[in-house]
Every structure is written in structure tokens, then in C-alpha cells.
Design a binder for this molecule. Structure first.
Ligand SMILES: O=C(CO)COP(=O)(O)O
Length: 211
């Protein structure tokens, strides 16, 4: 089964309601490859999830940037996965290196039980927000190793079907070459996902079609 190209936009802790409306308008007007070619998911800050969900085009999906590790209850400030499901938010970013570095999250809080619902993002920390991007060969090497790890530790089927996406200073200029690598199945984009060049990054999915 071919792995569908996946482009995630991680807006991190950025934006005002006005800015969010502008970004959504830009996305709504963009001409991009169809859903058969690329899956697009944007992840605004929590407070903007309902706004984005209700105004974003229906062929793009919405993700939360984190969720509580347990069921709901007396956990002030947290949001449970059930609440996201209730709001029809189908995706959540878990275990981002910023949460690991700043909020002490560990592997213990993101154990996987159903791999068919998982997209893995490889983000070298030195490439996040620095303008220093991994070379296509570097990204390919790590993605290949991650796939081998999945084959050994989970199953050959999971290794073949799980999407492994690259993140770290992806932009409109470097996305095509990175996306052309055999084991790079898309991107998790930070800074550039707030700008119109995110559309070019979505279009990088075309490199797989012509491969
Ligand atoms: O952390 C990232 C996406 O989750 C990458 O951020 P930048 O694209 O800003 O480097």
C-alpha cells in the first residue's frame, strides 16, 4: 500500500484570532493536489481550534498540539483525547521535542497501541526553527533507520505502511528535494506553516506522484 504524502503545519504558540483568520483564508483559496495525493493537517493553538475547525476547507484537517495522557477528571488546565474526539478533531501532535525539552515529557507518555493511527515525525533538534535543514541524504538515512526499527520492533507491515515525515526548517525552497527521498513521506512544518509558502510545501507531494 502506498503511503499517502502527509503535510502537517504546527503553528506552535503563535497567532491572534485575526492572524489565524488570514492564514485560514490563504489556505482556503489555495490550489493544491487532491486528497488522494496529500493529506494536509494544520495544528493551531488550542484556543483557536474551534475557529479553525469551523472555517477551514473540508479537505484539510485539524490537529491539537498536545493532549492529556489519561481520561478526563481533576486535571486543571488539561484537555483529554476524548474531548478532541468529541469536537471531531482527528489528530494530535504528541511528544514534540519542545515539550520534551521544556516540559519534561518522556517516552512513557506516548506509548503506541494502534500504529495505523500514527504518523512519525523525525525532527533533528538542531534544525528546529534554526534555518539549518537536514540534507536530503541525512533525512533519508534516518527515516530508513526508523523504518528498520519499526520492522524489527513492531512488524514488517507497520514498517511498510507508517508514514515518517521530516520536520526542521522545511520551507518552500527545500521541500521538493527532501520530499523526493524514498522514505520521506511528508513534513511537519513550523515557521513556514504560518506563511503562504506552506502551499508550496503541500504541492511538494507531487514529487511522489511523478516518482
Ligand atoms: O518543530 C517543528 C515542527 O513541529 C519545525 O519547526 P520549524 O519548521 O520552524 O523549524
Amino acid at each position: 500500500m502506498a503511503r499517502k504524502f502527509f503535510v502537517g503545519g504546527n503553528w506552535k504558540c503563535n497567532g491572534t484570532a485575526e492572524e489565524v483568520k488570514k492564514i485560514v483564508n490563504t489556505l482556503n483559496e489555495a490550489q493544491v493536489p487532491s486528497q488522494d495525493v496529500v493529506e494536509v493537517v494544520v495544528s493551531p493553538p488550542y484556543v483557536f481550534l474551534p475557529l479553525v475547525k469551523s472555517t477551514l476547507r473540508s479537505d484539510f484537517h485539524v490537529a491539537a498540539q498536545n493532549c492529556w495522557v489519561k481520561k478526563g477528571g481533576a486535571f486543571t488546565g488539561e484537555v483529554s483525547a476524548e474531548m478532541l474526539v468529541n469536537l471531531d478533531i482527528p489528530w494530535v501532535i504528541l511528544g514534540h521535542s519542545e515539550r520534551r525539552a521544556l516540559l519534561n515529557e518522556s517516552n512513557e507518555v506516548d506509548r503506541v497501541s494502534n500504529w495505523s493511527k500514527v504518523v512519525i515525525a523525525y525532527e533533528p533538534v538542531w534544525a528546529i526553527g534554526t534555518g539549518k535543514v537536514a540534507s536530503p541524504a541525512q533525512a533519508q538515512e534516518v527515516h530508513d533507520e526508523l523504518r528498520k526499527w519499526l520492522a524489527k520492533n513492531v512488524s514488517a507491515d507497520v514498517a511498510a505502511t507508517t508514514r515518517i515525515i521530516y520536520g526542521g526548517s522545511v520551507n518552500g525552497g527545500n521541500c521538493k528535494e527532501l520530499g523526493g527521498q524514498t522514505d520521506v513521506d511528508g513534513f511537519l512544518v513550523g515557521g513556514a506553516s504560518l506563511k503562504p509558502e506552506f502551499i508550496d510545501i503541500i504541492k511538494a507531494a507531487e514529487v511522489k506522484k511523478s516518482a
